[in-house]
Ligand binder design. Structure first.
Ligand code: SF4
Length: 329
């Protein structure tokens, strides 16, 4: 069963100069136990999409979609309170700057205790304090923090960034979510810490069958940790498929360019060779190209690309391009 089923989701930002279509007709599904990478350059709308799923966009944003279902419930038909109750029970999100997300004035233990819901505690009220602390210690162990006493009594600034991210994951796990959205969870971390966090997320997926939506700008890195990948560019859906399909046979010129720009995906290149990159940069929101937004940078662009392409599906490998690279394989 699909946990999350989004079809043709568009998100508009209301500004004093008129609305801006920040995310345009993006589709995304998540199954139970799936780890999906959501990949694209900064400014491609990944985080806005995640915030729309969480329902935490403010009044300036208008969300509409052909389908926006969570476990067969139509989220767009629920009231704000009903939606908050559904999402806060089943979905949790971690962000890219863990230290900034934790309260600097409160110990980690207190912040974790606050995250443990009452419904998980049994017995009389005088027993709940002890149970809550045991639940917190259990959560710290789950995210690989063995020295729980030291961590429990520390303030966020006394911990390393990787420890803080583990604490954020522990807070997210407190409600036992079905889906964890990890928005660039290892940005600005050293590679050893990045590996630890990704391994932790992978073990949570395997042991708890927790679905994970892993948001990243690094396609090559994400391929190690995901089953499926969705690629976005400038708010538009680009390509989706299994990780193997995307890595071995990318159909979209943008996905191909992302892979060609990665040294690890080009191991056969002679030393000191130049990596291929697309000319130009991602367009600013105020000056979005019409039709396919990759047009001004795309080596395969033709006149018809001023019309937005429609998505075609080849055995579960979806691509949104008038001149896909499918024939090249
Ligand atoms: S639709 Fe056209 S401009 Fe867009 S990626 Fe495909 S070929 Fe390039």
């Amino acid at each position: 069963m699909n946990l999350l089923d989004i079809r043709n989701l568009s998100i508009e930002l209301t500004t004093k100069n008129g609305p801006i279509l920040v995310v345009e007709r993006v589709s995304l599904t998540m199954k139970e136990g799936e780890v999906r990478g959501l990949v694209g350059e900064s400014g491609s709308g990944k985080s806005i999409l995640a915030q729309a799923i969480m329902g935490i966009l403010d009044d300036r944003w208008i969300v509409h979609a052909d389908r926006f279902h969570w476990r067969n419930k139509d989220l767009l038909r629920l009231t704000a309170q009903e939606r908050k109750a559904v999402i806060s029970q089943d979905v949790a999100m971690i962000f890219q700057e863990p230290i900034a997300c934790l309260d600097p004035t409160t110990t980690v233990g207190d912040q974790l205790e606050e995250a443990v819901p009452d419904c998980q505690l049994n017995g009389y009220f005088w027993q709940k304090g002890k149970q809550r602390k045991l639940a917190v210690i259990n959560l710290l162990h789950k995210v690989g923090i063995k020295s729980h006493e030291k961590c429990y009594n520390s303030f966020p600034h006394q911990l390393t960034e990787a420890f803080c991210q583990r604490v954020m994951i522990a807070i997210a796990l407190a409600r036992q979510p079905l889906l964890l959205i990890a928005d660039e969870p290892t940005a600005a971390m050293e590679s050893t810490n990045q590996g630890q966090i990704f391994r932790l997320l992978a073990s949570l997926n395997q042991l708890k069958n927790m679905s994970i939506l892993l948001i990243s700008h690094d396609l090559e890195n994400v391929t190690h940790w995901t089953n499926t990948i969705t690629v976005m560019y400038s708010g538009q859906f680009v390509e989706a498929g299994t990780t193997e399909q995307i890595f071995n046979t990318p159909y979209h010129p943008y996905t191909k360019a992302l892979l060609d720009s990665s040294p690890k995906a080009n191991v056969e290149l002679p030393p000191k060779s130049r990596l291929t990159t697309l000319p130009g940069s991602i367009p600013v929101l105020q000056h979005l190209p019409i039709g396919c937004r990759l047009g001004p940078r795309c080596p395969r662009a033709q006149q018809v690309c001023v019309k937005a392409p429609t998505t075609t599906n080849h055995h579960g490998h979806q691509v949104n391009c008038h001149y896909s690279l499918k024939e090249n394989y």
